[in-house]
Design a protein around this ligand. Structure first.
Ligand code: ATP
Ligand code: MG
Length: 403
């Protein structure tokens, strides 16, 4: 026999309990975001490489080492999407919606990053996310954060999670801050990691996001963005905090949050947990006012977030239980009964096991409460909790089993 084929490193199958948890996260997010007026979009899982290379930042981890980029048979460079925002913004432009605003988008689906696989970190993983395109008021930032917070609450994971917020300022604040960082890190350049030496030249802000221990020690004493904010940026940040308080969302200010991608300005935030070791960020996002214009569209401000479904699924306390089916047994007669139950919205399964005894075993495995024994002479309803049974007609069956 040939050796069994294996899944590709960093990918996993969603089966059984894992699949149920995953679906529960997506269903909850879809339901909550609809309350806020978001509509679901689906964009392709691969795009022209430029959609990402032009926008995520040439020094970001994702672009430098994590993208699945390849030439297709026609010689075009395509990339499996590493995140959802760039694709949604590209789709906004493609659909000609840059002047039909606001657009409130919810999405979910697989993302791909070539990373070292570990618990909570995969090469194919899944995200839920929202984008609010159009408004440039901090109220919009607060609203997307509030929707995220409500999802975490509904999932029952909010108690383990803290919201960290920060501001990255506007262009003017960034220029001032960048200059201050360059001055500071240039003095300490010889202690920086090789990656961060490059960042110092290309994008010094990126050093704040370094995971290198030596860099982190330097970062601890680096200048703070708060001291370099323009009047406008400071007001925006104040507005965000006021609105979050209005929404009743608790938060902590954390000046070290810069986010892994370059397109963010003003608001940056992360919901973090200590329950997942190093993979502690469960939901993260920010404002990206320059992104749509960078992709060749009319300028459209935007704010959004994405959350790792696998990480949320791991935090769920108990997997959601689905109602067990009614098990129907008895050859041809079973078909008629099952068809009737399905037509009336009752969850029912025909047992394919030979004989009632095996059928009952199957019912037990499915944790069924009811079994219908369909004999040519008539139907018997069996209560599998107490073992009692009685004769019943098709018409009586439906209201009883639906309740
Ligand atoms: P991290 O710092 O953990 O690498 P990130 O900043 O790269 O995260 P984002 O690009 O902001 O992550 O993606 C949003 C969310 O998607 C993360 O907070 C996380 O929950 C999830 N996520 C990101 N990368 C992975 C991965 N490789 N496997 C599983 N989930 C992931
Ligand atoms: Mg990452």
């Amino acid at each position: 026999m040939a050796p069994p084929l294996q899944p590709v490193r960093g990918t996993r199958d969603l089966i059984g309990d894992d699949a149920a948890r995953h679906a529960y996260v997506v269903d909850t997010a879809r339901r909550i975001t609809a309350l806020y007026g978001f509509s679901e979009w689906q964009t392709p899982i691969f795009e022209d490489t430029k959609v990402f290379s032009r926008t995520l930042g040439e020094t970001s981890d994702v672009v430098t080492k994590e993208m699945y980029t390849f030439e297709d048979r026609g010689g075009d460079s395509v990339t499996l999407r590493p995140e959802g925002t760039a694709g949604v913004c590209r789709a906004l432009i493609t659909a000609g919606l840059t002047q039909t605003l606001p657009q409130k988008v919810f999405y979910n689906g697989p993302m791909f990053r070539y990373e070292r696989p570990q618990k909570g970190r995969y090469r194919q993983f899944h995200q839920i996310g929202v984008e609010l395109l159009g408004p440039s008021t901090p109220l919009a930032d607060a609203e997307v954060i509030a929707a995220g917070w409500q999802i975490l609450n509904e999932l029952g994971v909010a108690k383990d999670v803290v919201l960290n917020i920060n501001t990255l300022g506007d262009a003017e604040s960034r220029d001032n801050y960048r200059a201050a960082l360059v001055t500071y890190f240039t003095v300490h350049a010889e202690s920086l990691s090789a990656d961060s030496k490059t960042r110092l030249e290309k994008n010094p802000l990126r050093i704040l996001d370094s995971k290198d221990e030596g860099d982190l020690a330097l970062v601890a004493n680096a200048p703070m963005i708060y001291d370099h904010l323009s009047e406008k940026a400071a007001q925006f940040y104040m507005g965000l905090k006021t609105a979050l308080t209005g929404f009743g969302v608790p938060f902590t200010e954390n000046p070290r949050i810069v986010r892994g991608l370059d397109y963010y300005n003003h608001t940056a935030f992360e919901f973090v947990t200590t329950a997942l070791g190093a993979q502690g960020t469960v939901l993260a996002g920010g404002r990206y006012d320059g992104l749509v214009e960078q992709m060749g569209g009319h300028p459209v401000p935007g704010v959004g977030w994405a959350a790792g479904i696998e990480r949320l699924a791991m935090l769920l306390e108990s997997p959601p239980v689905s109602t067990p089916p009614v098990i129907v047994m008895g050859e041809e007669k079973a078909i008629e009964v099952a068809a009737h139950l399905h037509a009336h919205g009752v969850k029912a399964e025909i047992s394919f096991q030979a004989g009632f005894k095996n059928g009952l075993k199957y019912a037990n495995r499915r944790a069924a409460k009811w079994a219908v024994l369909a004999n040519p002479e008539g139907l018997v309803l069996k209560n599998l909790d107490d073992g009692s049974q009685r004769d019943i007609t098709l018409v009586e069956l439906t209201p009883l089993l639906r309740s």
